[in-house]
Design a protein around this ligand. Structure first.
Ligand code: DGY
Length: 321
């Protein structure tokens, strides 16, 4: 039995695999970088299980090259947009992910980005580090308050709910949300109101994106939708970069069409749209939504358990294909 891991992961992953499947050979990419498609195909040839990350393109070509004997792809992520689920299903390869365990960590980053944008933390930090803080002044770096402002949540899943609850309970913010199905829990617990996307964009002071990346949500926020937002509004994206047309966003920020944006993810990750990083009204983070020690260990446990379950003939707890 052979298990290939495409990127160094917390030690708990190889440990769990070796102790539950002592007959298995567990190999980890020895390089401190993501592998190319061709490198994964070569390194994982003959693997029964592939542990991958969200940076690996697990497309039909790769799946067809590895299956059989490949039986399971366990991704160290909740998002599965980098994996051809339809092809995996056709080839009888199970695909498992890590839902639930990164909800709090990602919600913390979304809330942090709202505060950072509204209160101009990025500008203040850069200026202070550069030795340009010349003392307190009444007109210096005035931002906008967060308390009581309307927050629009796009995508009513676990992370969206956690962000909505924090903003409602912590900052007294009225909540609007989009959802394909009615969410009575949002309404009873948070007094949140469902709204069509365009209305949500027009009415919110902060818009936070929490939908998965699918063909339907690619460029969900494009130039026309950015134009619907208030000029004082802030857009936060901790979901997936391509949900936003990043060139259109950079343009809207440059023109002051919206007040700011807080981004943890990018359309062509790890590259940023030209000019984006030079704008003062954007806070840019390097996709660290789930990056806490506790969360990354928990993701590792789930990832390893899925491999153990499939290779032991059991139904995995979190299969998406
Ligand atoms: C995921 O798991 O999809 C997250 O983006 C990782 O931070």
């Amino acid at each position: 039995m052979f298990i290939y891991i495409t990127r160094a992961v917390p030690e708990i992953v190889p440990q769990m695999l070796r102790s539950a499947l002592p007959q298995a050979r567990v190999e980890v990419n020895p390089h401190d970088r993501n592998l190319t498609h061709a490198e994964i195909a070569t390194a994982a040839r003959g693997a029964d299980a592939l542990v991958c990350t969200l940076a690996d393109p697990v497309d039909a070509v790769l799946l067809q090259a590895l299956a059989p004997p490949l039986r399971v792809v366990s991704t160290y992520a909740v998002g599965t947009n980098n994996i051809d689920l339809e092809c995996a299903g056709r080839l009888g390869v199970r695909v498992c992910n890590t839902p639930g365990v990164l909800t709090d960590a990602t919600a913390e980053v979304a809330v942090g980005l709202m505060l950072a944008c509204a209160r101009r933390f990025g500008e203040g930090e850069r200026l202070t580090r550069a030795g340009r803080f010349e003392g307190w002044a009444p007109l210096f770096l005035r931002g906008q308050g967060v308390y009581g402002k309307t927050v629009g949540i796009v995508g009513a899943g676990r992370i969206g709910f956690r962000v909505a609850r924090t903003m409602r309970k912590g900052f007294d913010c009225p909540i609007l949300y989009t959802s394909r199905t009615p969410r009575p829990d949002w309404e009873s617990e948070l007094g949140a109101r469902p709204a069509p996307l365009d209305d949500l964009l027009a009415q919110s002071d902060f818009v936070s994106l929490h939908c998965p990346l699918t063909p339907r949500t690619r460029h969900l926020i494009d130039a026309a939708r950015l134009d619907l937002m208030k000029p004082t509004a802030v857009l936060v994206n901790t979901a997936r970069g391509p949900v936003v047309d990043e060139a259109a966003l950079a343009d809207a920020l440059r023109r002051g069409r919206i007040a700011g944006a807080g981004l943890d993810v990018y359309e062509h990750e790890p590259a940023l749209a030209p000019g984006l990083a030079n704008l003062d009204n954007v806070v840019v983070l390097p996709h660290l939504g789930s990056a806490t020690v506790e969360t990354r260990d928990e993701m590792g446990r789930m990832c390893a358990q899925a491999v153990i379950d499939v290779l032991s003939g059991r139904e995995p707890a979190h299969a998406v294909a």
